[in-house]
Design a protein around this ligand. Structure first.
Ligand code: UDP
Ligand code: MG
Length: 325
């Protein structure tokens, strides 16, 4: 897969698009708009804000339409029902027209004062600039779970998912198309953003507290998303069955040696014990091996059905028919 060749040579005056999923956040939208506008006016850059209304109730839907009537920078995509934050981000990215897109939450946890640092790295030539969340304000349980999740991802995923980086971040137009064309139905945006590669960097931005202390993404949804992040990119859970097969087989050999020793040299072997344990371990290892082999095929089918691109080019040079990109 090749990107479009619009990598910005001069960023001055280029449109920056904001993609913001919204689920019943009517009380914060004015302030959010104000804060983003302040930053963009200070940078003297044109911008558009795409609010993706993820099936909010009437007051929020109306508020979004009002904002759009008041400010020409504001565009609203109303989804037909609540599809979840990740689907809403995808819907927004598919409709942006800027030279870069900044994805952020509506609840002011993603600090708008971090916007200039994202844009600065982009101007320095980075294609993806993600915010590394520092000083999370969530409760200790949530903080610990997030901490464990990102560290597990480092172990399990076949690419480097940056630690403590969520949706908040900027992607260049050149990679927006690549991200949106990724065929995954169940999407984990930070995972896809890392998987595609390109020149990526992180900037440390403080994670603020939620304006209303009422998270719209519950624990169950977070758990499902975390599970999905791992299972959609990692073969390791299936590979564990090879390990289990090896362990069961080794245990079987150990038990066999132990009992043979007692049978032949000490006479202390308990009748029946050997055959039961070795049979259990033997068939245990065969079972685990079978699951591992079936897992290999399941993984291949999954990858084949998904049809993710086999590779993604970031630059081409010296081809007659194309400009260098
Ligand atoms: N959100 C959404 N759809 C949902 C749940 C949440 O679009 O089903 C939006 C929400 O309005 C907010 C962002 O996703 O802008 C993050 O939600 P939340 O703050 O609850 O998530 P957390 O910060 O706890 O991960
Ligand atoms: Mg939040």
């Amino acid at each position: 897969m090749s990107p479009t060749n619009e990598k910005s040579d001069s960023m001055d005056g280029e449109l920056v698009s904001f993609v913001i999923p919204v689920y019943n956040e009517e009380n914060v939208l004015d302030l959010l708009f104000e804060k983003i506008s302040e930053e963009m006016v200070a940078l003297a850059m044109p911008y558009e804000i795409l609010f993706v209304n993820d099936g909010s109730d009437e007051p929020c839907s109306r508020k979004l339409d009002d904002l759009s009537d008041l400010h020409r920078e504001v565009k609203v995509i109303h989804l037909s029902r609540n599809f979840g934050q990740q689907a809403a981000v995808h819907a927004g990215l598919e409709r942006v027209s800027g030279a870069a897109a900044i994805v952020m939450d509506a609840d002011l946890q993603d600090d708008p004062s971090g916007i200039p640092s994202l844009i600065k790295e982009w101007e320095n030539g980075c294609d993806v600039v993600y915010a590394i969340r520092v000083n999370r304000k969530e409760n200790i349980l949530k903080k610990t779970l997030f901490h464990l999740f990102y560290r597990s991802c480092q172990l399990l995923l076949p690419f480097k998912l940056p630690l403590d980086a969520g949706n908040f971040g900027l992607i260049d137009k050149k990679v927006i198309r690549v991200v949106t064309e990724m065929p995954d139905c169940h999407r984990y945006y930070p995972g896809l953003r890392s998987w595609i590669g390109f020149k990526q960097t992180g900037v440390r931005i403080e994670r603020l507290s939620r304006y209303d202390d009422r998270p719209r993404v519950g624990f169950v949804q977070l758990f499902l998303l975390g599970k999905h992040a791992i299972f959609s990119f990692s073969q390791v859970p299936l590979m564990l069955f090879y390990l289990l097969a090896a362990l069961a087989f080794t245990a079987m050999l150990g038990i066999l040696a132990f009992v043979l020793y007692h049978k032949l040299f000490t006479g202390k072997a308990i009748p029946g014990w050997t055959s039961i344990l070795t049979t259990i371990c033997f068939f245990g290892s065969i079972n685990a091996m079978g699951i591992a082999i079936v897992g290999e095929y399941v993984w291949r089918i999954y990858v084949q059905v998904l049809k993710r691109p086999v590779y993604i080019t970031s630059k081409e040079k010296g081809f007659e028919s194309k400009e260098d990109v």
